[in-house]
Design a protein around this ligand. Structure first.
Ligand code: GDP
Length: 320
């Protein structure tokens, strides 16, 4: 008998805002506990001595229904008293810090300093926020992404993304690794047990590639059924610098470039139906391509796309 969509075990690879949309949909469609999310930590940084994990927070706030739905990140009903007083003190103000958000960063920093791993802290927060989906940082070791820019040299990810609003021209992206960095065992176990791995429509260069830089993860993906949803629609990113960066790095900014980036392990690529005419029909390896309505404005859109992704996975990739 064909497996039902809700019974599938799925691992989603995700960054922040774009990834969180499909993650929320998958969380609704799958049975509680059947979804694991592997989250990029290349954006993590320290600010005012606090450990800040923007993508992990976006995913968790979204799953806990605490997120500011207008922005897609940060907590709803925030206040900014600390930031306002920091401004009075002429402290750096380029990174938005809500008061409740600061509490999360403080507690995370305290737990890490007392010897907890980032995975343990994340699990603890998920329990407190009643999140049944398993959320895993890609690694417990730091692996910061740096951006090499044409006119301003090397800068940290957050300087590029937030301070300079991704305006500097990018020459290359540097994925740093502390020497013994490896994915956490929980990440490996989750992927091993998954029926499908879904690569969310997150920025392929900034959010997904840091996860794929772990050889253990990349190798494992070649043995799994992997589905990716394009974050580029009609040559544009719906948010952020994915198209601009592709262009600056010498690639055509379009969905097909995303497919090529994942070609070593990809089985099914879903691009937006608006790209149907322009999407090349030429087959790459054995990768099946398919279209869907992938723009997720409402919660219903997110749930609908999650269902389509899993149904197409079952139909086109087969599932006993
Ligand atoms: P960030 O870390 O907060 O920038 O978030 P992600 O890397 O997870 O997501 C950024 C990407 O999400 C961008 O390339 C957007 O084009 C893509 N994106 C955002 N919303 C949507 C959507 O509704 N549908 C699709 N297909 N892509 C989206």
């Amino acid at each position: 008998m064909r497996k039902k969509v809700e019974d599938l075990k799925v691992v989603a690879l995700a960054g922040g805002v774009g990834g969180a949309k499909l993650v929320l949909g998958l969380d609704h469609v799958l049975k509680p506990g059947n979804l694991s999310v592997v989250v990029n930590t290349g954006d993590d940084f320290e600010h005012f001595g606090l450990k800040i994990c923007p993508d992990l927070d976006t995913i968790c706030y979204t799953l806990a229904d605490l997120v500011d739905t207008n922005r897609g990140w940060g907590l709803a009903n925030e206040t900014y008293q600390v930031s306002q007083y920091l401004a009075d003190l002429d402290a750096p103000g380029w990174f938005t810090l809500g008061d409740k958000d600061i509490a999360v960063h403080m507690e995370r920093t305290r737990l890490l300093k007392s010897g907890w791993t980032l995975s343990q802290v994340t699990q603890d927060f998920c329990e407190k926020w009643d999140i049944e989906t398993k959320v895993h940082p890609m690694s417990d070791s730091a692996a910061p992404t740096h951006i090499n820019t044409k006119n301003q040299g090397l800068m940290s990810f957050q300087e590029y993304f937030v301070k300079h609003q991704f305006q500097p021209e990018v020459v290359s992206v540097v994925y740093e690794r502390v020497l013994d960095s490896s994915p956490s065992q929980a990440v490996i176990n989750a992927i091993e047990e998954a029926d499908f791995v879904v690569i969310c429509p997150s920025n392929p260069i900034l959010s997904i590639e840091p996860i794929l830089r772990y050889k253990e993860i990349r190798d494992l993906l070649t043995e799994k059924k992997v589905i990716a949803v394009s974050p580029l629609i009609q040559g544009q990113a719906l948010k952020g610098p994915a198209a601009k960066m592709y262009d600056e790095l010498g690639f055509v900014p379009e969905a097909y470039t995303v497919l090529l980036a994942y070609q070593d392990f990809l089985d099914l690529f879903i691009y937006d139906e608006l790209d149907d005419e322009s999407f090349p029909k030429k087959k790459v390896k054995d990768i099946i391509t398919s279209k869907a309505q992938t723009i997720m404005k409402t919660k219903a859109d997110k749930i609908a796309l999650a269902r389509v992704v899993l149904e197409q996975g079952i139909e086109l990739l087969g599932m006993a």
